[in-house]
Design a protein around this ligand. Structure first.
Ligand code: 8X3
Length: 254
């Protein structure tokens, strides 16, 4: 069997682009997400382009620890030999100051970005430590390095991802398991549409007058991280559009 990559949140954006680039490089794929129709469309899409690639799809909500465990446990022993885990599932919900933020938004972000990442990692890592091989790449954010106004909980969740990544690396290095993080700035995906709950005008204004990063830019970098020689681990990548110098400094064409 070719190498296996498990990508969470594979149905759109960075996850989908990452699935395609790993398929192009002959990995077999385990694609996870909440949306069954999107998972099956993506599987068909990749299969028609790369017929030799084997694909498993697992439909569950990563916030649900039982559903996550059941999905993982439904894999055959062969498919549980996961070489690369891309912890991509995550979102921003709302952009509000601390005194008016929504508790539901906060739960959703913390439960997905932090607890969901932990649930799937806890399931996949025992096999990696046993085999003394594996690679985990956590998709964090510039928000994991800088805090910005109205982003307290999203930034907090991504700071948690960055911090967990560092400690995971220490725990797993003795087992020859690589751990790294990629921290993108502004990437044009459905990220802002989700953050603004379907308000297309607000989402478009985030990218107005800027050439942002695209999902493929992040996917290529993730694949680069995953394809280094055995003795090389890329701990952390901060990747921004050329027009973005920090989370709050964006040069826009008027
Ligand atoms: C996405 C980047 O700046 O919107 O994580 O938080 S930002």
């Amino acid at each position: 069997m070719s190498k296996i990559v498990l990508i969470t949140g594979a149905t759109a954006g960075i996850g989908e682009a990452t699935a395609k680039i790993f398929a192009k490089n002959n990995f077999n794929l385990i694609l996870t997400g909440r949306r069954a129709n999107k998972l099956s469309d993506l599987k068909n899409d990749i299969t028609s382009e790369f017929p030799k690639v084997l694909i498993q799809t697992l439909q569950f909500d990563i916030r649900d620890k039982e559903a996550t465990a059941n999905a993982y446990n439904s894999l055959s022993e062969e498919w549980k030999n996961i070489d690369v885990l891309i912890n991509n599932a995550g979102l921003a919900a709302g952009l509000d100051p601390i005194h008016t933020g929504s508790l539901e938004d906060w739960d959703q972000m913390i439960d997905t970005n932090v607890k969901g990442l932990l649930y799937i990692t806890r399931l996949v890592t025992p096999g990696m430590t046993e085999r003394r091989s594996g690679h985990i790449i956590n998709v964090s954010s510039i928000a994991g390095k800088e805090s910005y106004p109205n982003g307290s909980v999203y930034c907090g969740s991504k700071h948690a991802v960055s911090s967990i990544t560092k400690a995971m690396r220490i725990d797993l290095a003795p087992f020859n398991v690589k751990v790294g993080a990629i921290c993108p700035g502004m990437v044009e995906t459905e990220f802002s549409l989700v953050r603004f709950k379907g308000d297309q005008g607000k989402a478009d204004s985030v990218y107005q007058g800027v050439t942002p990063l695209y999902a493929e830019d992040i996917a290529e970098t993730i694949y680069f991280m995953a394809s280094r020689p055995a003795h090389v681990n890329i701990d952390d990548v901060l990747i921004m559009p050329t027009a973005q110098a920090s989370s709050r400094d964006v040069v826009r064409n008027s």
